[in-house]
Structure formats: structure tokens, C-alpha cells
Design a protein around this ligand. Structure first.
Ligand code: CA2
Length: 148
């Protein structure tokens, strides 16, 4: 059976490619989703790709994924640095979790240096732009194959 990987995106990532391209690049979230779909097909994975500006939507999707998905890739955006609730939801998951950031958060403001999500993540990729999502998918395929 094909494993499904859920890819979640947090607040304001729907604005990608429209504002602040010097930080986040020129690709839109739809461009990133298309690239993820192509690579996932090559890796033999199915993906679900979602974005919300609402913390509770992200938490509900994480909880649903506990039953339905084999792994989770998440760019929690600003919730990375604030959300104990998302960290708690992730901590209840037993599958691999990869945290992705487009920008190198460690080169930015001090408030971006701490991630609650990292406390629950299997791995973290930051500063690789949209490519970070593709690197995370490759790592997810590796982790799922290793666990099979
Ligand atoms: O680098 C990342 O991927 C971040 O998760 C992006 C978040 C930021 O709060 C994190 O510290 C790092 C911000 C996403 C907002 O994206 C925008 C895109 C275009 C225009 C405005 C915001």
C-alpha cells in the first residue's frame, strides 16, 4: 500500500512568492506543492498538502494524521516559535516528523531561534528555500523504507 505523507504549512505561507521574496524566494506555495507531488510520485509516496492560518486547523490535521498518515512534514511558520499546543499534538504522534523552514531562522531575529516544534521533530531543515521541502520528502522516504 502507498504511504501517505502529510505536508502542513502554517500562517501566511499562502503569501509566498507575493511578498518578501528576498527572504522566502519567488516560488508560490502552489509551485512548492507541485514540486512535492512530482518528487513524491518518483519516491512512491502519496502526499496531502495543506495550509492554514489557524492554529486549531493545524492541530486537527495533525490529530487526523495519527491514524491516516505514515509521516508528517511541517512548516509551522510563526507557530514554530509560539505554539505549545502544536508541539503537544506532534508529541502524540508516533511517526517521523520533519520540520522545514524556508529561511535560516538562526540567522534571523533572536525570537526565531527557539522552536517548540523541534522538541517533537525527528529532524529539521532550515535555510534551503523551497528545496527544503524536497529534501524533507527524500529523508521521509528514507525513514519510512528503513522502518518497513
Ligand atoms: O522560514 C520559514 O519557513 C518560516 O517558517 C516562515 C515564517 C516565519 O515566521 C518563521 O520564523 C520562519 C513566516 C511565513 C510567512 O511567509 C510569508 C511569505 C511571504 C510574505 C509574507 C510572509
Amino acid at each position: 500500500m502507498t504511504s501517505t505523507v502529510l505536508i502542513l504549512n502554517g500562517p501566511n505561507l499562502n503569501l509566498l512568492g507575493v511578498r518578501q521574496p528576498h527572504i522566502y524566494g519567488y516560488e508560490t506555495l502552489a509551485d512548492i506543492e507541485a514540486q512535492c507531488r512530482t518528487l513524491a510520485g518518483d519516491l512512491g509516496l502519496a502526499i496531502e498538502f495543506k495550509q492554514s492560518n489557524a492554529e486549531h486547523h493545524l492541530i486537527d490535521w495533525i490529530q487526523e494524521a495519527r491514524e491516516a498518515a505514515a509521516g508528517l512534514i511541517i512548516n509551522p511558520a510563526a507557530f514554530t516559535h509560539t505554539s505549545i499546543a502544536i508541539m503537544d499534538a506532534l508529541s502524540a504522534c508516533e511517526f517521523p516528523i520533519l520540520e522545514v523552514h524556508l529561511s535560516n531562522v538562526h540567522r534571523r531575529e533572536a525570537f526565531r531561534h527557539h522552536s517548540y516544534v523541534s522538541l517533537a521533530a525527528t529532524g529539521v531543515i532550515a535555510g534551503c528555500g523551497a528545496q527544503g521541502y524536497l529534501l524533507a520528502l527524500r529523508q521521509m522516504a528514507y525513514l519510512l523504507a528503513r522502518a518497513a
